[in-house]
Design a protein around this ligand. Structure first.
Ligand code: PHE
Length: 361
């Protein structure tokens, strides 16, 4: 005769009755409750858990008799057994929680309040943001206001209104990230903050004194001193009777505040289409004080910014009276100044967000 699932597995000669199993369940339930409630340590509870709920535990053992029970009672008994199991589980977990709570409470009485606390890691701003804020503060103290403009520009603001003609090398595809648009070559990522000069002059009449901190983009190969995304701080002053002497005095005052009272500056002739005359300002090398070192390439001077008197052709674009007004403008490369200030020799470190680097500032 072959065996089927319905056949009794345990003691075929002496089958268990539903009644007997039910009283076993009640007995286990009462016994378990009594023991769990009188347990006085987590270890003891762990033992009880094993004894009742383990794979070879008492409750599991009762489950083995289920197949012997006549079908009509089996369902109800199975439910009773499951109730027992979850009941004991809950009892043990509750008891464990209570034990842990009272353990923590009595430990609380013994907390050593003279122990030092955990150190709190305070966040701070990025070195580029710090230097930007420092430069901004200096120019605000000199009477400048802060202006901003969009990163996505038109060729008109970035080039044309700044007197950069169509065939100028700065418009080269190699330098400018153009944006695909209906009119090819008309939308781009600004290559400098100078377009904001135009936007400010279109909107406001002189007197104007603004600085423009911002992100700029150029299609450059990335290395220790070049990045495709970097930061500039533009300056513009327009009024009656502004002269090159004002430009020199303002930027020399900036250098003294930025690099120390003993620092000195020099201006070299340069060229920008939107300023005339144009110049570059150098600061006496802050590392060797002019004696010559690796950082200033033995010249004793550090290049810090481009500047000049606003080209009257630019005033034509914004419909300013070029007979009445003059102005000066400048553009500072933020990365370069920050590298000099903190002695950082690789620009890429600013963008990698390595906390070991950033925490040093
Ligand atoms: N826009 C110039 C650059 O990106 C810098 C500059 C600004 C020069 C203003 C003169 C006046 O190099």
């Amino acid at each position: 005769m072959s065996k089927t699932n319905k056949e009794p597995k345990n003691n075929p000669e002496n089958p268990v009755s539903a009644k007997k199993l039910l009283s076993t369940i009640e007995k286990i339930s009462a016994e378990a409750a009594k023991q769990v409630n009188s347990a006085s340590s987590p270890a003891e509870l762990e033992e009880l858990k094993n004894r009742y709920l383990g794979r070879k535990g008492e409750i599991q053992a009762v489950f083995k008799f289920l197949p012997d029970i006549p079908l009509e009672d089996r369902k109800q008994l199975g439910q009773e057994l499951n109730k027992l199991k979850t009941g004991v589980e809950m009892l043990v977990n509750d008891a464990l929680k209570k034990l842990n709570q009272s353990a923590r409470k009595s430990a609380g009485d013994k907390i050593d309040i003279t122990l030092p606390g955990y150190p709190v890691n305070r966040a701070h701003s990025h070195p580029l943001s710090q230097v930007s804020a420092e430069i901004t503060k200096i120019f605000v103290s000199l009477g400048f206001q802060i202006a901003t403009g969009p990163d996505i520009e038109t060729a008109y603001y970035n080039f044309e209104a700044l007197n950069i003609p169509e065939d100028h090398p700065a418009r080269d595809l190699q330098d400018t990230f153009y944006i695909k648009s209906q009119k090819p070559g008309s939308m781009l990522l600004r290559t400098h903050t100078s377009p904001v000069q135009i936007r400010v002059m279109e909107k406001f009449q002189p007197p104007i004194r603004v600085i423009v901190p911002g992100r700029v983009y150029r299609n450059e190969a990335i290395d220790a001193t070049h990045s495709a995304v970097f930061h500039q701080l533009e300056g513009l002053a327009v009024d009656e009777n502004i002269t090159f002497a004002d430009l020199k005095a303002t930027l020399a005052a900036f250098a003294k505040k930025m690099f120390g009272n003993e620092s000195s500056v020099r201006f070299r002739p340069s060229y920008f289409p939107f300023t005339e005359p144009s110049a570059e300002m150098d600061v006496r090398c802050i590392f060797c004080t002019g004696k010559g070192c690796g950082i200033c390439k033995n010249s004793g001077w550090l290049e810090t910014l481009g500047c000049g008197m606003v080209n009257p052709k630019v005033f034509d674009y914004v419909k300013y009276d070029k007979e009445k007004y003059t102005g000066f403008a400048f553009g500072i490369g933020l990365e370069r100044i920050t590298m000099l200030k903190f002695g950082v020799d690789d620009m890429r470190l600013f963008y990698e967000n390595d906390l070991r680097f950033l925490r040093q500032f």
